[in-house]
Design a protein around this ligand. Structure first.
Ligand SMILES: Cc1cc2nc3c(=O)[nH]c(=O)nc-3n(C[C@H](O)[C@H](O)[C@H](O)COP(=O)(O)O)c2cc1C
Length: 418
């Protein structure tokens, strides 16, 4: 019995090695994700870390940077992680946690987990031929929802038609009222159940990594200057025009949270665009409490920013979010394994959430609140991938190996042992 298990384990390891070597050679020619890598059945990822590793291998360096980077000095991006790392979870014991309810609701729709897929635009179409459709299908398959960006490829109609559940339309303003009216009519016609207006992109953040690599992920529609003219009255008009609940994405202060409610927002979405817009802003987890207090139950509150682990979700919920969005992790999972990669990422996220809740002695999300949190000094330097210590160690080891091999061409064999 033990021998059979060992043999199976050895075979599994050998298969894993073969797969790694094959993937590595594919990744070399990747621009940005090779057809071969996409066609290969994604391995059964055991952890989120493996997903991030696979994404790193499959994406070209430029697309990896576009997805994983922030604006300017990336201070806001780093603070998103730092703010989460600066919170510790409390735990109670001897509570029967044999059944845990991870459901929440968003505008009346039940979500099986308190996680949704945040709007990601043109990038999706660059890493997968079905782009936003893949994201929508994975979200619905796991009992949650997806926000579909104006910049989504394929278009908003095709994406909505790919799933049976109505999704949420995210608007970027790229034209005058006639242009906006037209796209809102199209979104309503396609069956979107809510309108999310992103309000933290009136200027396009300066993404230094993209500027250095000369990568321009083109959204390919309209005139972005119209976004800069957006004001509260215009947003209220959009809600009336589309006739569905309004979500304002990119709220980061109590003042704006109050105005959002006054202008008819049913959902206030705390976000700093994953640190891709205003640099030297606060981390989302830092501002969430002031927004929740200002909203005072008059609207639902969503949040995103640096969220990459089940414990991050639990912290955001304890701070008062109803559900939490994933941006970069969504992109990594798509690059790692297409639709199956996304589904697996959501499964692993659910497992992490359940494990955290079980170990905390919590049986329902409704029990969560600020009393479950304490501030704590963060341990490691925060960054885009700092939630994944194994990934970071592997990357460092690979870097050392590369440097050693480059310096002494004959040292390839020995370098493998480093
Ligand atoms: C590659 C990429 C593209 C994005 N595109 C959009 C978009 O089209 N519309 C939007 O409102 N937000 C967009 N965002 C922001 C996300 O919706 C989300 O707010 C952010 O990624 C959350 O932070 P996280 O990446 O740390 O999870 C994008 C983010 C990334 C990484």
């Amino acid at each position: 019995m033990a021998r059979t298990a060992r043999l199976t384990e050895n075979r599994r390891r050998a298969a894993g090695k073969k797969m790694t070597a094959r993937n590595r050679s594919r990744a070399k020619s990747a621009t940005p994700v090779t057809d071969a890598a996409r066609a290969a059945a994604p391995p059964e990822f055991a952890t989120l870390q493996e997903i991030v590793l696979a994404a790193r291998r499959n994406l070209s360096p430029e697309l990896w940077d576009h997805l994983s980077g922030g604006s300017d000095s990336e201070t806001t991006l780093i603070r998103n992680r730092q703010a989460l790392d600066a919170l510790a979870l409390r735990q109670r014991v001897l509570v029967d946690v044999s059944a845990i309810d991870t459901t929440t609701t968003l505008l009346g729709q039940t979500l099986s987990i308190p996680v949704f897929l945040a709007p990601v635009g043109a990038f999706l179409g660059l890493v997968h031929p079905d782009g936003a459709k893949t994201v929508a299908r994975a979200a619905v398959a796991r009992g949650t929802t997806a926000f579909v960006s104006t910049a989504a490829k394929p278009g908003i109609e095709e994406t909505a038609a790919a799933v049976s559940e109505p999704l949420i339309f995210q608007l970027y303003v790229r034209g005058d009222r006639a242009w906006v009216g037209d796209i809102l009519d199209r979104a309503r016609g396609a069956g979107y159940r809510a309108l999310c207006v992103t309000v933290d992109r009136n200027f396009y953040g300066r993404r230094d990594r993209d500027l250095v690599s000369r990568v321009a992920v083109r959204e390919g529609f309209g005139d972005p200057r119209y976004q800069a003219m957006l004001d509260w009255e215009e947003v209220a008009w959009m809600k009336e025009r589309m006739g569905v609940p309004l979500i304002l994405k990119g709220i980061a202060t109590a003042e704006d949270a109050r105005l959002a409610v006054e202008h008819g927002a049913e959902v206030v979405y705390v976000s700093n665009h994953g640190g891709r817009q205003l640099d030297h802003g606060q981390g989302s987890a830092e501002v969430l409490s002031e927004v929740v207090d200002a909203v005072a139950g008059r609207a639902e509150v969503l949040a995103d920013g640096g969220v990459q682990r089940g414990t991050d979700i639990v912290k955001m919920l304890a701070l008062g979010a109803r559900a939490v969005g994933l941006g970069k992790l969504l992109g990594w999972a798509l690059a790692a394994g297409g639709e199956a990669g996304l589904v697996r990422m959501l499964e692993l996220m659910e497992t992490e959430i359940r494990t955290a809740l079980g170990l905390m002695g919590v049986t329902s999300l409704r029990e969560l609140g600020p009393s479950w949190l304490r501030s704590a000094p963060p341990l490691a330097a925060a960054g885009a991938t700092s939630a994944f210590s194994y990934f970071e160690e592997r990357r460092r080891a690979e870097e050392v190996r590369r440097v050693v091999t480059r310096r002494r061409p004959g040292a390839r064999l020995r370098a493998r042992l480093v």
